[in-house]
Design a protein. Sequence first.
Length: 254
Amino acid sequence: MEAFFKAFASILALFYDITGNYAVAIIMLTLVVMLIVTPLTLKGTRSMMVMQQLQPEMRKIQTRYKDDRQKLNEELLKFYKENKINPMGGCLPLLVQMPVFLVLYQVLQGLTRRANSLGGDVGWASGQFNLGSLTTAPTFERVFDPKWIQPSTKMYQDLSTSYQMKAFGLDLSESASQAMKQGIGHALPFLALIAIVAVTGFIQQRQMQGRNPNAQVNAQQQMIMKVMPFFLPVISFGLPSGLVLYFAVSNLYR
């Protein structure tokens, strides 16, 4: 997995070298990812639409063999094969996105890990002991100790001398839940980003339903369509805003 982390981080560092902006670099990386997975996303979307259109026929099969589970499964598999459809095809866009999300999460966590301040704390304590007054050590914001990228990159050099991943006034290493501790005013930009994820997710859901409003939706697809617009905003509250930016751009792209 480290190879994927390093690859994503290297591409992100390259875009940062070009733009000098963390947010723009994440947006560019997101667009590259979206372009790569577009064929799979389109295939999944088409599969979902076909499944919706064929739901009436599938209902008839389910009614006809409702008392014979084995025969029902056989007939459904035959039906899927004849119509060249994948019953899980509608989940393909989500399944494709999950590995990317996990890799990008690890990349951002690695890039914004904090430098070890143990040596500094020990030195401070030693000095206080020699002065005969050992008190509570002061707390300082620790600079980043970036992982996954080369020290020669501009991103590494900038992060290693900073304790914030700042872009457009937003610390992309900070989550909305962390920002809330500093007051609602400080957290507003973070909450606005989550709101964009929520609104664009809801619009996507409505668009998918609008393509074939009279079609019946199977249980799995129905659950995904109902849950996802709420799931991403909820988990975004505790995620670094750089990752929330990825969600927002992904939704806007689709």
